[in-house]
Ligand binder design. Structure first.
Ligand code: ADP
Length: 781
């Protein structure tokens, strides 16, 4: 008994102390682990709130910078301030898109974690704890058995007590012991937290941003690619850790099997088995967590990868922000209805630059009489005759051979010289040139200040592929890489395979530059002669023919939308051929700045001309100017073109004071054109009441402006309704006031002006009648 008592006091108590220490340690581990995985939910909650705040701030900043930029733009004041505001706006837009994507990805991560926290991680930890506790209960039971044995006195009076103790001890079952403990002590799991996109953020819509969906556009595509790289890197790390831990677990399991099958008898075996069991439990828990992490990462990977893969090497779509201000009629593009968008596209398709179509339509239009072609000016050498030579002379590329000619590669020819390279021709113009399946061309575009070469192909719809650059500096799409873009295109044309498998687009007919697409280097800019809305106007010389021309430049920093609007003037002008309409020669889009080349009209604007010649012009000369303008306008009317900004400042004076109508920036080719809002830049004092009141434009509105223009001529460039504000002038007109005749205005001419200013458009004369009326006053003079 003494020996037993000694063992009990020394060994058993020591084991008991160790078991208590172990129990405490396991409790600590449990609490720490529990804390760790629970804290992650709180961390994610905080991160989501923070990300939402960032979103709100970015949205606020974006909206304010957009408003500032639009206000400045609508004030029509180009210059540094506008450029700065534009840059700020673009930055804010980019930031918003990035913050949007961060928010979407974080929500995805948080929702995944939260789900697994409740369904995998927390149950996993509890299961682990259960196993650890069961082990310890087992040990505790052995200890109690030991105590039982050691205290067995086998004396009768103890026998009953001893039997009770022994049976109680043997009744201890680790499984039920702990489960009854955990049953009475368990706490209910936390309520699920929902991580969902806050729809209020987007409210009435922010462009193309969609709740819970990544924005994949030219602003975000680069950052998304970087993010995808990061995720792929993390996935690789997780896969490696999974593999290593699984291997270790397998080793432990094999060792346990070996020990058991070989029934190795060793005093350390028991403790070794216990160590292996504990280590395996830990590994299983860690594997569980890693698998969750792997699935979260895979989810995020899919979210980013799928839209990027769908894009392939196609150009990322322009974000809606690129069209923030619609130059046309100064409307905001976000307010443009789908219908008017498609109408605008149709308009683009309907009115090609195509020369042959234009000349056909011109041939079918009866010639409008002009002072120049009916009178003494008929013999005057008009610059227009020279112009006939220039466009063809300028273009280096053959015409009418699109698609039928075999492409050849000349290593000495640079990309810009390739006939199918169209420089910075805007995407809309490009789309208009690609008509048949397989039509293609190559162009340049700028994204995030980086120049990219784009292959545009008509295949079903219009597809735009960015030429990819390999690390060696070669060029490719999905197939092989080539040292030059020319060789790549030649290969793609010759091999007959699709540019990308997804698009199926095959290159069949290279579309060559049209002859009005001049090279920027063909034009030698000389003196600055004016300043337009989009940029400076220069006197210039065409290198080949030596012809002096006027060149309107478009500031490089203007948004794409404005550049398109700038070119629109060229598209409209190109179709017209009339001595009283300034002549279009070509556009230069091989590189920036894009330019419109036109006939040089040396006398400057009609407004400054009449002001500078105040008191020197005869009535006949002034009537001649009215006749020129009427002739040009009758021509435009016959073409269904509404000028919308007819005024002395927008006409030019050429040789022998011939007047040429210019500045077609606001023109529309339609019988009737309705502007729904954004009338800010309207020249109120020149505009007819129905256009001001209802936004309704027809050629009869131009007739009203023509009356004001004639008044400007006879008043030597006075300001109409002098001394009255725009608003006051509008009120006066609505209440029936009309300007008086300037001194020396022939009475019939003033009567004609009054007819032009009839309040109801249907009571005004058409330009064909006006021409006849003005001619009948002019002829006898
Ligand atoms: P925008 O349409 O961009 O406002 P404008 O057509 O008003 O530009 O041109 C600005 C100025 O440039 C005109 O007032 C005129 O002095 C000069 N200018 C424009 N076109 C010509 C031209 N074809 N020949 C001579 N001068 C021109």
């Amino acid at each position: 008994m003494r020996q037993n008592a000694d063992t009990l006091v020394i060994d058993t108590v020591e084991k008991l102390a160790a078991l208590i220490t172990e129990k405490r340690a396991s409790r600590k581990v449990y609490h720490e682990e529990h804390q760790r995985i629970t804290n992650e939910v709180s961390r994610l909650q905080e991160a989501v709130n923070k990300s939402k705040n960032n979103y709100e701030q970015a949205l606020e900043h974006y909206k304010s910078s957009k408003t500032k930029y639009e206000d400045q733009y609508l004030k029509g004041k180009p210059g540094r301030k506008l450029d700065e505001l534009k840059e700020r706006y673009q930055k804010a837009c980019k930031k918003l898109h990035q913050v949007h994507n961060d928010y979407v990805l974080l929500l995805c991560e948080a929702a995944d974690y939260e789900r697994d926290f409740r369904t995998v991680l927390l149950p996993g930890l509890l299961e682990y704890q259960e196993r650890v506790q069961e082990d310890m209960i087992d040990k505790w039971r052995s200890l109690l058995s030991e105590v039982c044995e050691l205290t067995d006195t086998t004396q009768g009076r103890y026998a009953q007590l001893q039997a009770e103790v022994a049976s109680a001890v043997s009744a201890i079952s680790p499984k039920t012991e702990y489960s009854s403990f955990s049953e009475t002590n368990k706490s209910s799991p936390p309520d699920p937290v929902s991580f969902e996109f806050c729809n209020e953020l987007l409210g009435d819509g922010v462009g193309s941003l969609q709740a819970g969906q990544l924005a994949v556009d030219s602003l975000t595509v680069d950052s998304l690619r970087l993010r995808l790289n990061d995720i792929e890197h993390s996935l690789r790390e997780v896969t490696t850790q999974l593999r290593e831990k699984q291997n270790l677990l397998n080793q432990h399991e094999t060792e346990v099997v070996n020990i058991k099958t070989n029934s190795l008898q060793d005093s350390n075996i028991g403790s070794r088995l216990a160590v292996l069991k504990r280590a395996s439990d830990v590994l299983r828990r860690e594997l569980n967590e890693l698998r969750c992490r792997e699935s979260w990462l895979q989810h995020q990977h899919r979210l980013i990868h799928d839209p990027l893969a769908a894009l392939g090497c196609e150009e990322a779509p322009q974000p809606w922000e690129a069209t923030q201000v619609n130059g046309d009629s100064h409307q905001r593009s976000d307010s443009l209805s789908l219908k008017s968008r498609s109408a605008a596209i149709k308009e683009l398709l309907r009115k090609p630059f195509n020369r042959s179509k234009t000349s056909d339509s011109q041939a079918s239009t009866p010639p409008t009489p002009t002072r120049a072609n009916t009178e003494e000016r008929a013999t005057e050498p008009d610059q227009n005759s020279l112009l006939e030579m220039t466009p063809g002379g300028q273009a280096e590329v053959p015409q009418a051979v699109n698609g039928v000619q075999e492409l050849t590669y000349d290593p000495d020819r640079c990309l810009e010289d390739e006939p199918w390279f169209h420089g910075v021709l805007p995407r809309e113009e490009v789309v208009r040139l690609l008509v048949n399946e397989g039509d293609y061309l190559v162009r340049e575009t700028t994204r995030n200040d980086e120049q990219q070469i784009v292959l545009s192909v008509c295949w079903g719809s219009h597809k735009h592929f960015i030429v990819q650059t390999t690390p060696e500096g070669h060029y490719r799409f999905e197939g092989p890489a080539f040292p030059t873009i020319q060789e790549l295109i030649l290969h793609q044309h010759g091999c007959g395979l699709p540019v990308t498998n997804k698009s199926g687009a095959i290159l069949r007919n290279p579309i060559f530059r049209e002859r009005w697409e001049l090279n920027n280097d063909d034009v030698e800019l000389r003196d600055k002669i004016g300043r337009g809305n989009f940029g400076d106007v220069y006197k210039a010389r065409l290198r080949d023919s030596g012809l002096e021309v006027a060149v309107k430049t478009c500031r490089v920093t203007l948004p794409d939308e404005q550049k398109k609007k700038f070119l629109q003037e060229g598209r409209i002008l190109k179709q017209y051929d009339h001595p009283n309409i300034v002549k279009f020669i070509g556009i230069c889009v091989q590189k920036q700045p894009i330019m419109i080349v036109m006939e040089l009209v040396p006398g400057g604007s009609l407004l400054s001309f009449v002001r500078n010649h105040k008191g020197q012009l005869t009535v006949k000369q002034m009537m001649g100017m009215c006749l020129d303008t009427a002739s040009g306008m009758a021509y435009l009317e016959s073409k269904n073109c509404i000028h919308r900004d007819l005024a002395a400042r927008n006409c030019l004076v050429g040789h022998r004071s011939i007047v040429k109508i210019s500045d077609f920036g606001m023109s529309r080719e339609e019988e009737e054109y309705i502007v729904s809002d954004g009338m800010k830049q309207i020249p109120i004092k020149w505009t007819a009441p129905e256009a001001l009141n209802f936004g309704k434009y027809t050629s009869l509105c131009d007739v009203w402006s023509y009356g004001v223009l004639c008044w400007e001529i006879f008043s030597s460039g006075e300001v109409p309704y002098q001394g009255y504000s725009n608003t006051k002038a509008r009120e006066m007109i609505d209440s029936g006031y009309r300007m008086l005749a300037p001194p020396n205005t022939p009475e019939e001419m003033y009567q004609l002006m009054l007819k032009c200013w009839q309040y109801e458009p249907e009571n005004r004369p058409h330009f064909s009648d006006i021409y006849a009326a003005v001619d009948s006053i002019y002829a006898p003079l």
